[in-house]
Write a protein that binds this ligand. Structure first.
Ligand code: FE
Length: 213
């Protein structure tokens, strides 16, 4: 039985247009994300077979595939939730409070400086990757990571709360080679309520997780 399943999109394919076209979202979710889900499940099956047969000739490739596909599945699952058709603005919650806004100001200097760092990290990714805002449980701080593929260049234990997909499949049909324009437009669909919620959950559940008992 499959361990991982493709989550439903929380909106219609065209809900993020004109920032991201319905065609891109449909392909991105139904084909690309689905392939990572299948890849993660297939790799788990292959590892089970390796254990059963005590045959380890492919262990390096299998572990690499597991990291790649599982991380792709996790990041895309967050990505869909991080966006909404009526998003954008700054990270204030419905009730006007701003726990995340305060943390961003404290850890990055200001919202504008944070925005510049995440934009740069996303737009300058070499090859395929992501720009990620993550909660880092050892220090209890927010950090920006520039992730290679789905799994490289990551601080161990950090929890992604806002992710910008900078793979070409995320924008090329619409933005062609203008990755900077795509990243700039992404800010107009950020679902800050979702990012706020993720920040609070990460802080509540993961603070102290990496400290020695
Ligand atoms: Fe993607």
């Amino acid at each position: 039985m499959a361990i991982y399943t493709l989550p439903e999109l929380p909106y219609d394919y065209s809900a993020l247009a004109p920032v991201i076209s319905g065609e891109i979202i449909e392909l991105h979710h139904d084909k690309h994300h689905a392939a990572y889900v299948k890849g993660a499940n297939d790799t788990l099956d292959q590892l089970e077979e390796a254990r059963a047969k005590d045959q380890w000739g492919s262990i390096n490739g299998l572990e690499k595939n597991l990291a790649f596909h599982l991380s792709g599945h996790i990041l895309h699952s967050i990505y869909w939730q991080n966006m909404t058709g009526d998003g954008g603005g700054e990270p204030l919650e419905k009730d006007g409070t701003g726990e995340l806004a305060d943390a961003i100001a404290e850890h990055f200097g200001s919202f504008e400086r944070f925005k510049a760092q995440l934009s740069k990290a996303s737009a300058t990714t070499q090859g395929s990757g992501w720009g990620v805002l993550a909660y880092e449980p050892l220090s209890g701080r927010l950090i920006v990571e520039q992730v290679y593929d789905h799994q490289g260049n990551v601080g161990q234990g950090s929890i992604p709360i806002l992710v910008f997909d900078a793979w070409e499949h995320a924008f090329y049909l619409q933005y062609r080679n203008q990755k900077v324009d795509f990243v700039e437009a992404m800010w107009r669909v950020v679902n800050w309520q979702d990012v706020n919620d993720r920040y609070k959950r990460a802080k509540e559940k993961a603070t102290g997780l990496l400290l020695a008992p």
